[in-house]
Design a protein around this ligand. Structure first.
Ligand code: SAM
Ligand code: SF4
Length: 326
């Protein structure tokens, strides 16, 4: 088991397959021209599988694939099928644009639930936020996956002045559609122009939703990052990920591998451990993994506190979100 100094057992690994993406969400990608990592510097399929097996042998039982956009990687399907052989709950976070090309793979894989990102229900705003006219495609693919029985969570990054006025439109969508909305507080990463006044908090979201709907809190599961709710009678549910205003670090069980094979013990960790180079040299990397987790800070990468109104994003030492993998 991989345990940190706060006795948190780490059984959940997020693997970024690429830092490449076919969208340009402004809150995720740095504004200046971003050069994607050349393929040779990325973990190759066999390396991803070998690393995943090592983590599984040490207690990991849940793996999420992410990116960048994981489904732009050419061998994404092969990787999904290879990881499906492992005794883990396998999931993926995707922008949804390429799911139709992967339906067959998903049906053959062990994936039964997926997170699809969609920050607006307005096609014009989608174009402004992502720079691509793909709203219709994402909606079609959400319908495709729910029709095939997949459990679909929809990730919505809520930003004041951008899409907080659509919160109840998303709730209305859940009336007849079995999608599970996850409203995410806007987080600071290198180059994403985060400002504290753009964070629309969990409590503010509940006020907006509560002004129109009766809401009931659902029970938390162990390690839950989301506070879950239902509107009685709705086919879908909603949840809030309150990273900024009410972090959930005390139950954290997550580790991350960036697409270039570096391990991060927290989304906000200042440091990372290169696993890929020593692995390519044939070295034993388990001590590096264990040491990385032993260095994990108690909360928020040790970089800030929930008093985020005092936070200046440029003080945070980190990568951009697209290079970490959310
Ligand atoms: N391309 C895939 C996607 O968009 O779902 C996977 C990678 S993306 C980095 C993973 C998740 O991180 C997405 O749900 C995205 O909305 C979220 N995300 C990106 N930047 C964020 C930010 N600054 N604050 C909160 N969530 C963010
Ligand atoms: Fe791409 Fe996902 Fe980042 Fe948007 S949030 S730019 S889809 S990686």
């Amino acid at each position: 088991m991989i345990t940190d100094t706060y006795n948190r057992v780490h059984n959940y690994l997020r693997i970024s397959l690429t830092d490449n993406c076919n969208l340009r969400c402004f809150y995720c990608m740095p504004e200046q021209d971003y050069i994607f990592t050349p393929a040779a510097q990325l973990m190759q399929k066999a390396e991803i599988v070998a690393l995943a097996k090592l983590f599984v042998a040490n207690g990991v039982d849940k793996i999420r694939l992410t990116g960048g956009e994981p489904l732009v990687r050419k061998d994404a399907g092969e990787i999904i099928l290879a990881l499906s052989e492992l005794p883990v709950t396998l999931t993926i976070t995707t922008n949804g644009t390429r799911l139709d090309h992967f339906l067959d793979i998903f049906l053959r894989s062990s994936i039964r639930a997926l997170n699809i990102s969609l920050d607006t229900l307005q096609p014009e705003k989608f174009l402004l936020m992502t720079r691509y006219d793909q709203f219709g495609k994402v909606m079609d693919n959400i319908r495709l996956m729910t029709a095939h029985g997949f459990h679909v969570k929809v990730n919505v990054v809520v930003m004041r002045g951008v899409n907080e006025n659509e919160i109840n439109d998303f709730i209305e969508w859940t009336r007849d559609t079995p999608v599970h909305i996850r409203f995410i507080e806007f987080m600071p990463f290198t180059g994403n122009h985060w400002e504290s006044n753009k964070v629309f908090t969990w409590k503010e979201m509940l006020d907006v939703i509560g002004s129109k709907y009766t809401i009931t809190r659902l029970a938390d599961e162990q390690h839950d990052t989301a506070k879950k709710y239902t509107v009685p009678g709705h086919a879908g549910t909603f949840a809030v990920i309150s990273t900024m205003s009410a972090p959930f670090c005390s139950g954290c069980n997550r580790m991350r591998l960036t697409a270039d094979g570096r391990m991060k013990n927290c989304l906000f960790s200042r440091t990372e451990t290169d696993l890929l180079t020593p692995m390519r040299k044939g070295e034993n990397i388990l001590p590096l993994i264990l040491q990385n987790v032993l260095e994990k800070a108690e909360a928020l990468g040790g970089q800030f506190t929930p008093d985020f109104l005092q936070l200046h994003a440029e003080e945070i030492n980190n990568r951009s979100m697209i290079t970490i993998g959310g």
